[in-house]
Write a protein that binds this ligand. Structure first.
Ligand SMILES: N[C@@H](CCC[C@H](N)C(=O)O)C(=O)O
Length: 280
C-alpha cells in the first residue's frame, strides 16, 4: 500500500505519531528509517516517538500482547520497552476509534501488559507495575560541567534519577549527558534531573534515550517518584505530584508496590501519508 493513515497525540507534550496497523500488515517490521522520517520535526510530522497499534493476537513480539499491542519506537528509530505517556495516548486513540469499551484496556508492551482506565475527569490512569531498584551504587551523571550521584530505577526501561539544586544546572541538554560507570546501562538510559518543591511534590527535566530532551516522560515520572519517596523514607501508599516542562502528572506508589500513573492524553491531528514522499 503506498499510503497509510496516521494520527498525532501527546501526553503532557510528550508527542507521538500513532500508526494504526490492526493486523500488522501495513508496516511489517516497521522500518527504523520511516520512524526517523516521521519523527523529524522539520522534514517529517515531528514527534518524540511512534506508537504502532496492533491487535494483541496479531503481533509476534511478545507472548501476551494484551487486547492491543503498543509497538513503541523512539524518534531515532530504536525500540523501547515501555512508554508511560505513550500508553495513555494509545488508550485514548483506542477509545476514540471505538476499539474499546468501558472496561480497563489491557495494553501489551515489551515490558508486560499494562491496564489503562479512563477517569471521569478525562485523565487516564495506568498500572505501571512494580519498579526494580538494582543495587548498584556509585552511579554518577554529568551534564553542563556538573556531576550528580544518581539512583537507578528500572520501570521496564532504564532510568537514572539525579537530584539537582536548580533545574537550569544541566544546561540545554542538546548534548547527550554522560554517566559512569558505563556498564551500569549497557543499553543506554533515560536521565531525569529533579528538584523538590515541597512534601511529595517534585519537578523534573528529562533526557530520553533515543529522543533527546523531551517535555515529559511517564516512566521517568514514576522513577522520580520512587527515588524521591525512598529518599524521604515515605510509607506506602504515597502519592507524588510530578511537574514536567509540558504539564504535570500524579504517581501513586501503592501498598502492593505497583505504581499508578495518572495524567492527560489528547489526540490533535490526523492525516494520510504517501510513501512516495519519503526521501529516495
Ligand atoms: N517518553 C516515554 C519513554 C519512551 C522510551 C524511552 N525513551 C526509552 O528509550 O526507554 C515515557 O513517557 O515513558
Amino acid at each position: 500500500m503506498s499510503t497509510f493513515d496516521w494520527l498525532k497525540g501527546h501526553g503532557t507534550e510528550n508527542d507521538f505519531v500513532i500508526l494504526p496497523d490492526p493486523d500488522g500488515s501495513v508496516h511489517g517490521d516497521l522500518d527504523a528509517e520511516l520512524v526517523r522520517f516521521l519523527c523529524d520535526r522539520h522534514a517529517g510530522l515531528g514527534a518524540d516517538g511512534v506508537l504502532r497499534v496492533i491487535e494483541g493476537g496479531k503481533q509476534s513480539y511478545v507472548e501476551d500482547g494484551g487486547d492491543w499491542f503498543m509497538d513503541y519506537r523512539n524518534s531515532d528509530g530504536s525500540i523501547a520497552e515501555m512508554c508511560g505517556n505513550g500508553v495513555r495516548v494509545f488508550a485514548r486513540y483506542l477509545a476514540e476509534a471505538g476499539l474499546t469499551g468501558d472496561k480497563p484496556v489491557r495494553v501489551g508492551t515489551r515490558a508486560g501488559v499494562k491496564e489503562v482506565v479512563q477517569n471521569d475527569d478525562g485523565t487516564l490512569t495506568v498500572d505501571m507495575g512494580e519498579p526494580v531498584l538494582p543495587t548498584a551504587a556509585g552511579i554518577v551523571v554529568e551534564a553542563n560541567g556538573h556531576q550528580w550521584p544518581a539512583v537507578h530505577v528500572d520501570m521496564g526501561n532504564p532510568h537514572a534519577v539525579a537530584f539537582v539544586d536548580d533545574l537550569r544546572e544541566p544546561g540545554n541538554l542538546c548534548d547527550q549527558p554522560t554517566w559512569s560507570p558505563q556498564e551500569a546501562f549497557p543499553a543506554g538510559v533515560n536521565l531525569e534531573f529533579v528538584v523538590r518543591r515541597g512534601p511529595r511534590d517534585v519537578e523534573m527535566r528529562v533526557h530520553e534515550r533515543g529522543a533527546g530532551e523531551t517535555r515529559s516522560c511517564g516512566t521517568g515520572t514514576c522513577a522520580v517518584a520512587v527515588a524521591a519517596a525512598r529518599a524521604a523514607r515515605e510509607e506506602l501508599p504515597v502519592t507524588y505530584r510530578v511537574g514536567v516542562p509540558g504539564g504535570e502528572v500524579t504517581v501513586t506508589w501503592r501498598a502492593d508496590n505497583h505504581l499508578e500513573l495518572t495524567g492527560p492524553a489528547v489526540l490533535h491531528a490526523r492525516g494520510e501519508f504517501d510513501r512516495a514522499w519519503l526521501p529516495a
